[in-house]
Write a protein of this length. Structure first.
Length: 183
């Protein structure tokens, strides 16, 4: 179970590290941040059989837009990370302890690689979200939605490429069409 939860655990740490500080912003106007968090929580619920819904944030309407309070966003993500750490990773250093720990160089390298992969997947997830907003063709939208729904299970670049190619094939997209979607 630990191996299944780790990608989500790292994803949540990525969200928290990229969230604006409270000094930078009291409110987050990008509703996709809440959507990403809620999607991650839904997938955690599914793979663990537990209910982490209490860590979802409230999206407040604001005219044509909506917002999330940054304090709530940051504290809920932090709470969920600490909860997952206690349940699945208690044998590892606490993610926010700030205390020095002896780490074998290999583990440090693996952690850095995992973090880079999480950042890459987050950036790709944002790209998909952006492309979904611009997609006019139903085939493209279906392709992007399908990739988006399976992205959380991707662990590395190789798996991402395999996902893209297999999904493109399923939707009957050529390499040229795939390149056009992401250009």
């Amino acid at each position: 179970m630990k191996d299944k939860v780790r990608p989500f655990y790292e994803e949540l740490m990525g969200y928290l590290s990229q969230a604006p500080t409270l000094k930078e912003s009291s409110y987050l106007k990008d509703e996709s941040l809440a959507s990403q968090l809620h999607n991650c929580i839904d997938q955690l619920n599914q793979i663990t059989g537990q209910d982490y819904s209490r860590f979802k944030v409230m999206v407040h309407p604001d005219g044509d837009d909506s917002y999330v309070q940054n304090t709530e966003y940051r504290s809920k993500i932090n709470g969920l990370i600490m909860n997952l750490h206690a349940q699945f990773f208690s044998d590892e250093p606490s993610p926010f302890s700030g205390s020095p720990s002896t780490v074998v160089h290999q583990n440090q390298s693996q952690s850095q690689t995992a973090q880079a992969q999480v950042v890459m997947l987050l950036e790709f997830q944002n790209l998909i979200h952006e492309k979904l907003g611009k997609a006019q063709d139903e085939k493209e939208k279906g392709f992007l939605e399908n990739v988006k729904s399976k992205l959380a299970s991707v662990k590395n670049v190789t798996e991402l490429v395999q996902l893209l190619i297999a999904t493109a094939k399923t939707f009957g997209l050529t390499i040229d069409q795939l390149m056009h979607i992401f250009s």
